[in-house]
Design a binder for this molecule. Structure first.
Ligand code: DC
Length: 232
């Protein structure tokens, strides 16, 4: 594989900055960007809408072919569609936030979505952001990064993103929701959230956003230099 076809896996807990870091690093590298959480969110949204029980793995997995990612104006795969309709704004709502872990815990759902993600990554030159990219989806990804931050820092960032008072009651709810999802993501039997043994972990508390992006870009460029011209 030449230096133009690396696959970059960025995993980490909710609000660890994976999406914004992944998106910005991908733009700097000229790589495609995929937010894989959108797939889990869209399938959950569709199941709720159709009245499919989220603990019925095969029934939820059967909805996967109806969901597809689409490019935004910048060419990033950060939009999600069902039957040609863009549902991105709906999948970030509180109802999906509360329900997505249940769907994401079903092995049939994960298997179906792993296939979709591998297909997207096959051509390389891509940054995939998720929970199990380095461990399950692309265990042979050329670059693996695990972004971590304390729960208070992540809650603070999410509250600021939503224009909320970082010490207010809504921020406290955000923190409680993050803690609940961390426990669900890390505790599930299939593909639990954890760093791959060969991932570089970055603890981002106190690190400036630009410094995290620079570190990721450097890791990719170093790896690209090392693998340049080497067939895979
Ligand atoms: O990154 P996010 O908050 O949009 O992800 C939504 C949910 O989807 C999250 O609770 C865990 C799940 N998820 C997953 O299990 N594996 C992925 N690769 C991406 C997301």
């Amino acid at each position: 594989m030449t230096q133009r076809a690396l696959r970059v896996a960025i995993d980490g807990p909710g609000s660890s900055g994976k999406s914004s870091v992944g998106m910005t690093a991908a733009a700097e590298l000229g790589y495609r960007y995929v937010d894989t959480g959108l797939l889990y969110r869209a399938v959950t949204w569709l199941a709720l809408r159709r009245g499919v029980r989220l603990d019925d793995g095969p029934a939820v997995a059967a909805l996967v072919p109806e969901v597809g990612l689409a490019a935004d104006d910048e060419g990033r795969l950060s939009r999600v569609r069902v039957a040609g309709r863009d549902i991105t704004r709906w999948v970030h709502g509180a109802t999906v936030d509360r329900s997505v872990s249940e769907a994401a815990r079903q092995p049939e759902v994960r298997d179906a979505l792993v296939g979709v993600q591998r297909h997207l990554a096959a051509a390389g030159e891509i940054v995939l952001v998720g929970r199990d990219i380095g461990t399950v989806v692309l265990p042979d990804a050329e670059v693996k990064v695990y972004l971590d931050a304390s729960v208070s820092e992540r809650a603070r960032r999410r509250a600021l993103e939503r224009g909320l008072d970082v010490d207010g009651p809504q921020a406290a709810e955000i923190r409680a929701d993050l803690e609940r999802r961390d426990a669900a993501d890390a505790g599930r039997a299939v593909a639990p959230l954890r760093p791959a043994s060969d991932a570089i972990t970055l603890h981002t508390d106190g690190m400036a956003f630009g410094a995290v992006v620079d570190r990721v870009v450097d890791l990719v460029r170093t790896r690209a230099g090392a693998t340049s011209g080497t067939p895979r």
